[in-house]
Design a protein around this ligand. Structure first.
Ligand SMILES: Cc1cc2nc3c(=O)[nH]c(=O)nc-3n(C[C@H](O)[C@H](O)[C@H](O)COP(=O)(O)OP(=O)(O)OC[C@H]3O[C@@H](n4cnc5c(N)ncnc54)[C@H](O)[C@@H]3O)c2cc1C
Length: 447
């Protein structure tokens, strides 16, 4: 177990073994290692293997793309730089959230009311897709339904009332219920909240077990999965070629799914993403009576602050608590004590419970917080920037990428038509963003 100090020296907790050392890694079902791309695999054409599609990145976007493409009859090679699930997909909060990271109003501004209804329907399809995949591939991943948005002040409660109305009247969504202050204890055992919005359409999963279940399904569908195989260079063109340290892949199509972990491999994609750190801690299993007191409804919870707290009970009775968003991609010096402080604010009864696991991860955030899907020429598709809202939307991305590559581009093009601007100052110099975060923090404090 890494100490707080070693975590501080290793912000993304990336060097701790094959997988980052998380609760998810400690509780995964199974994770068969996949070979790295090697020259011995090359075919008679020379120094590369060939496929219809090469996918770069083994997170939920890449694996979903590969699975959907294989189901549509494509031969697919997937290259993952480390282990499948090494990035955000293997270390997130596991919350299945309705809609998008931005408000629907932002999407209406971009595409108008009528098309925004299609976007809403696609976000519902994303959640339905997770459930369908869990059932179809018999993935054991602690899936449960139910979500609770918590209001920390009256202003946030008014926001939730407006959200409830908007989803109901404009999008016909009838799964939310407003929760008054005196009914909050039925949902969350804290006095911190002024009320909330319960959403029967949200939920939670163990994201790494879900992803590894999808990877197994992809392999069974014929996808060739390679780990420890970072793409180091891409030759674009009619038939892109992807280079790794130990071999190459030539394909008719390339899917870029490295998101916030892609680094500078494709500079024009990097410029449109801010890499934001978020932090997660997990307690030991709680006494069942205490667990029932603090989380009586056993749903996933988040508050409405710009820098929000998000938490849920795991399948084995622990509190998994996420907090913090650091737009300068740094992290608090002592991660466990930072998270313990956040937990104590919500649940004073947990003041003396030490955290067993703590880690951090990078979230790819776009300027408008709408996911960034598009093409770099006719043969390269990409999807990134789910802005902290990607557990379900990544599966949709994979589905739409597969549709587009196999001749049905219409639904992918709805997203691809949205303009995404680069961040001022570049991806790792984001003064405007840091200022914006300072403003949001102040706003949260003032209520
Ligand atoms: C701490 C945290 C909490 C979060 N909580 C939630 C939540 O509760 N609910 C929610 O909806 N969303 C949440 N998110 C966001 C969500 O996890 C992401 O939107 C989603 O996982 C993105 O998946 P992805 O496949 O696009 O990217 P990733 O999962 O980051 O996968 C990218 C992969 O590409 C690989 N890669 C990068 N470069 C290369 C290369 N050159 N060659 C080969 N492979 C490469 C990386 O190693 C990585 O495995 C959270 C994110 C974090 C970090």
């Amino acid at each position: 177990m890494a100490s707080d100090n070693s975590l501080a020296a290793d912000p993304a907790n990336d060097s701790a073994g094959d997988f980052p050392a998380t609760y998810y890694h400690a509780t995964l079902n199974s994770a068969p290692a996949h070979a790295s791309l090697s020259p011995t695999l090359n075919n008679s054409l020379g120094d590369s293997i060939t496929a219809d599609v090469c996918v770069v990145g083994g997170g939920l976007t890449g694996v979903s793309s590969a699975l959907n493409l294989a189901e549509r009859g494509c031969s697919v090679v997937l290259l993952e730089a480390k282990r499948i699930g090494h990035g955000a997909s293997g270390r997130n909060g596991g919350q299945l959230v309705s809609g998008f990271s931005c408000e629907m109003e932002r999407i209406r501004q971009e595409v108008g009311l009528e098309v925004s209804k299609i976007f809403w329907a696609l976000s519902r399809e994303a959640l339905a897709e997770v459930e369908a995949r869990i059932t179809r591939h018999a993935i054991s991943c602690d899936h449960r339904s139910g979500y609770f948005y918590a209001a920390k002040n009256l202003q946030q409660m008014a926001y939730l009332q407006a959200l409830h109305q908007e989803w109901r009247t404009l999008y016909g969504y009838d799964q939310t219920t407003l929760v008054a202050r005196d009914a909050v204890p039925q949902w969350v055992g804290t006095e911190l909240y002024h009320g909330g919005l319960a959403d029967a359409g949200g939920g939670q999963i163990h994201p790494l077990n879900y992803l590894l279940g999808l990877a197994e399904a992809a392999q069974q569908a014929g996808v060739q999965l390679f780990e420890d195989s970072a793409a180091t260079r891409i030759d674009r063109g009619a038939q892109p070629r992807v280079h790794t340290a130990s071999g190459q892949v030539r394909a008719k199509h390339l899917v870029l799914a490295g998101n916030a972990y892609l680094g500078g491999l494709v500079p024009e994609l990097q410029r449109r993403l801010a890499r934001v750190s978020s932090f997660v801690g997990v307690t030991p299993p709680l006494d069942p009576a205490l667990a029932a007191r603090i989380m009586p409804a056993d749903v996933a919870v988040s508050d409405c602050d710009a820098v929000l707290d998000y938490y849920r009970m795991t399948g084995d009775g622990r509190l998994l608590f996420g907090a913090g968003a650091n737009y300068a991609a740094r992290q608090p010096a002592t991660l466990k004590s930072y998270l313990a402080g956040r937990i104590k604010t919500v649940f004073p009864a947990l003041v003396d419970i030490p955290l067993e696991h703590a880690w951090s991860g990078h979230i790819g955030v776009t300027v408008n917080r709408i996911p960034d899907f598009g093409r770099l020429g006719p043969s390269i598709h990409y999807a990134q920037g789910f802005s902290g809202h990607g557990v379900a939307l990544t599966g949709l991305a994979g589905k739409l990428i597969a549709e587009s590559i196999t001749g049905l581009p219409e639904r992918f093009d709805l997203f691809a038509g949205i303009e995404h601007r680069p961040f001022p100052g570049g991806p790792f110099k984001t003064p405007a963003l840091v200022l914006a975060m300072a403003y949001y923090k102040l706003r949260d404090r003032l209520g």
